[in-house]
Design a protein around this ligand. Structure first.
Ligand code: ADP
Length: 513
């Protein structure tokens, strides 16, 4: 409201009062506007970003001090459109295009570009956001913007991208099949080239998430996988184990599998698979050879044994005792050869799953008595102390069970050359019988305690070098015990001795077929 001098002179008192009040209100509003501008300026100078404002057509009217410090420029060099000379040449065209589009459309925008550091001459990445400020009528009165330094973030992203790329190259160029598996449902989420080549599945099949453990392994392998999952859950990784995969064309591929937990939430594991078919084929050829050789050796040996017995009897009949005694000496090595061949035949049949087991009632106490008597006869160097005997009978194969204890006692004596005794004790509960064979001999290093039950495995330390063996005994023992539905474990201290513990179920229902 504007009044001239004459009007003012004629104002009445109430009007004077109203005029004074109006002027006071206007002053306060001006003061508030000034304060809020000052607040905005302080804010713009305090924030860690570069701050700018432009006229509606994009002419830069204001940069905060941070801009001048960063670019080492003066207002004359940076206001208006001149700031664009600080853009990286590769970003310039793209940036100006977006900026002109925003000015023309009035739409807020966001863009990443590099700005030159005036002190070092190097460029750093910034994230810039611009928003239009409008008046009550919706007209743009200015643009307000900030530019945030994101150079460190960019470098981290780039380093991450490069390391991901390197990992990808490593994974893809590997001869080991690698898959990632979601623990929930055991679904394959990704796989490398080697896995796809080994199994014949396509990347699309893997990525469609239709391949799970049930689909790519056979049901008889399930217990192996379930055990490995338990181990993974407990320790974050599982020991490698041999198994088979069902390939895309239905064929089976022998593999060695190892896995680790790779990620929580959602829980994922990475599985490594090594094609084991060449090794399995070699093993098969070796088994075939052993089986063939032991069959081929057995028949002439049986004929030889019978001939020796016949000739010996004839010599005795014709009163030639010296020649008969000399011939009898040959019988010992022939029997030893026969035992070795029997071991090889047993192993071959176990491998082929063709070893036959009888099912009969077995008086275990009697079997142990017979075995200890035979062993004592063969190895008089050691006393066998049977600590306790219980009358126990179970259903099984008498000879095979005898073989278990013969092997354990022979080993106990064989591997305790400096001891005089080995001990055996028997205890029974309602549903199981436990037999322990203890010696005071060489002992077995902890890390080998599972390996000694493997086929052809022998511990090779200097102390055992002179002790003969095929490394088949404990394998046969473990197979028989397993077939009987039982377990075998070993407890040992190197230099002090070992205790083998066999537990057999008394429940007939536990017998394997
Ligand atoms: P072998 O006795 O023919 O070598 P086994 O399968 O019976 O084969 O045993 C495997 C390995 O386990 C042996 O080479 C031996 O080193 C070790 N071993 C078995 N029994 C004992 C024992 N009672 N004490 C120490 N080592 C043993």
């Amino acid at each position: 409201m504007m009044l001239n001098g004459k009007q003012i002179r004629h104002l009445t008192l109430p009007l004077w009062k109203a005029l004074i009040k109006h002027i006071a209100v206007q002053k306060r509003a001006e003061q508030q506007l000034k304060e809020s501008r000052e607040n905005l300026r302080v804010l713009a100078e305090t924030v860690p970003q570069l701050v700018w404002t432009t006229s509606p057509d994009g002419w830069v009217e204001y940069w905060n001090q941070r801009w001048y410090d960063y670019s080492s420029s003066s207002p004359a060099q940076a206001l208006g459109h001149r700031w664009s000379q600080f853009l990286h040449p590769d970003d310039s065209q793209r940036t100006l295009k977006i900026w002109h589009h925003a000015c023309a459309s009035g739409e807020p925008y966001e863009i990443e570009y590099r700005l030159k550091d005036g002190q070092t001459g190097e460029y750093r990445w910034f994230l810039t956001r611009g928003i239009p400020v409008r008046d009550e009528g919706g007209q743009i009165v200015k643009w307000f913007g900030t530019a945030t330094d994101i150079e460190n973030q960019k470098r981290t992203e780039e380093a991450l991208r490069q390391s991901q790329e390197r990992i990808r190259v490593l994974i893809e160029s590997n001869i080991i099949g690698i898959t990632s598996v979601e623990m929930e449902g055991e679904v394959l989420a990704d796989a490398n080239e080697a896995f796809l080549r080994m199994t014949g599945y396509t990347r699309e099949e893997v990525q469609s998430r239709t391949l799970n453990r049930v689909k790519i392994t056979s049901p008889e392998q399930a217990p192996l996988f379930e055990r490995s999952i338990q181990e993974l859950t407990a320790r974050g990784q599982h020991a490698p184990f041999e198994t088979e995969l069902v390939c895309q064309d239905g064929s089976r591929l022998p593999v060695l599998v190892g896995g680790v937990i790779f990620q929580e939430q959602p829980r994922q594991m990475v599985v490594f698979l090594l094609d084991n078919s060449a090794r399995k084929e070699l093993e098969q050829r070796k088994d075939d050879f052993i089986s063939m050789a032991s069959h081929e050796l057995r028949n002439p040996l049986t004929a030889l044994k019978m001939q020796i017995q016949l000739v010996r009897k004839q010599l005795e009949k014709h009163s030639q005792p010296e020649a008969a005694t000399a011939l009898a000496r040959v019988e010992g090595p022939v029997k030893q050869l026969e035992r070795l061949i029997a071991v090889l035949l047993d192993v071959s049949r176990m491998q082929a799953g063709s070893l036959e087991y009888r099912r009969e009632r077995v008086d275990l106490d009697e079997v142990l008595r017979e075995v200890t008597a035979t062993i004592h006869h063969l190895h008089p160097s050691h006393t066998i102390l049977v600590r306790r005997s219980v009358q126990t009978s179970l259903i099984g194969d008498r000879d095979r069970l005898g073989q278990v204890f013969t092997n354990l006692l022979s080993n106990a004596i064989k591997y305790s050359p400096d001891a005089q005794t080995v001990e055996m004790d028997l205890s029974a509960s309602d549903d199981a019988v436990t037999i322990r064979v203890r010696d005071h001999g060489l002992g077995i290093p902890r890390e080998l305690r599972d390996k000694i039950f493997e086929r052809s495995y022998r511990v090779t330390d200097p102390k055992r070098k002179a002790i003969p063996g095929l490394g088949m005994g404990l394998y046969i023992v473990a197979e028989i015990v397993k077939h009987q539905g039982g377990t075998i474990t070993v407890d040992s201290a190197v230099g002090k001795g070992s205790t083998f513990t066999v537990t057999l179920p008394l429940n007939e229902g536990c017998l394997s077929s």
